[in-house]
Design a binder for this molecule. Sequence first.
Ligand SMILES: *Cc1c(COP(=O)(O)O)cnc(C)c1O
Length: 365
Amino acid sequence: MAKGFTLEINPSVYLGKYQEDGSWEEKFIEKTHLTKTEEDALPDDKKAEYMMKRNSFPELPLVNYTTQYGFGCFEGLKAFPWKDGSIKLFRTDENAKRLANSMAGMLMPAFPPEKFIFATKKVVVQNHALGFTPPYNKEWEKNDFVLGHTLYLRPFTYSEPGIGLNLSNFPWVVIVTSNVGAYFMPGNAKAITTDMVRANPNGTGWIKCSANYVNSTLAKKKAIAQGYMEAVFLDAKENKYIEEGSSCNIFFLLKDDTLITPELGDTILPGITRKSVITIARDLGMNVRERKISIEEAMSESKEAFVTGTATGVCHIESLTHNGKTALFGDGKMGEVTHNFLKTLKGIQYGRLEDKYGWMVDAKI
Ligand SMILES: *Cc1c(COP(=O)(O)O)cnc(C)c1O
């Protein structure tokens, strides 16, 4: 089996299923596993086969409104290993609320936030107890945890069986986890605008749903094929205002030190990293504005630019290309302000800095 098919899901998984009476039938499943060390030692082909079994859920119906029509929403959040051996979730209550909003937006019965918080903690604790979460490594401290590993949680919804066009009235919520290491992005931090549209007004852009990812992924792949790291979307109506990166929110630091990010609305995804960066910036006394920013303004007035998201963290953009013109931000390297956000956020997440906002949630239950 080709290596590209290997997805390493950890053994402890959550399955919740909406019931006719409005309750949720919940199960924590421990999938078949060896020890982490034994699994890591499997040769590639054996491992792929093994992991394919791990990623097989015969409980879930194959033909349904999610696989056929894209009726599915998801979340992405991380748990961080700390020096004291504990493992802490970052703002799981925020992801809990957002998933409930996304589900309501797709006219499904919403998964209760308190169930989400409990289930995310429990899958972390159980995988931790089985030895599948990444251990803390002092080496990460050397460069602000840029190389730190985390446990990535992917909660998602899945529909009941059906093939006739319909909403998901009896959704499932599944939570799987996977360990993510440091992925080094070799040098390239160039972005280019795309003429594709991610989200239309009055559409689903504010919902974290799989359907939104089709255009995002196509645009990003096209950008990469042209030698860029990221695609930047402009608004659907005027093709003038900056919206987002392909799967992350975007910020510009203007030459007058104002920090700008597009205001939330029905075409912008309310990112939790975005919200956290805004909090940190305001706390530092910075002038933060959530407002429209045109591509012209972003290109002519910015000295730093970066994107934010759970997977990316805070990732600087060296330049932005639009209609054949390129704006370089600063000297193209990560700017001081961007670096400070990165350092502060990771410092809080890995427990090196005081968690004065109460963002870190111990996975203990
Ligand atoms: C998930 C997501 C983000 C980032 O949100 P975080 O909560 O920071 O991970 C940004 N844009 C889109 C389109 C997303 O789906």
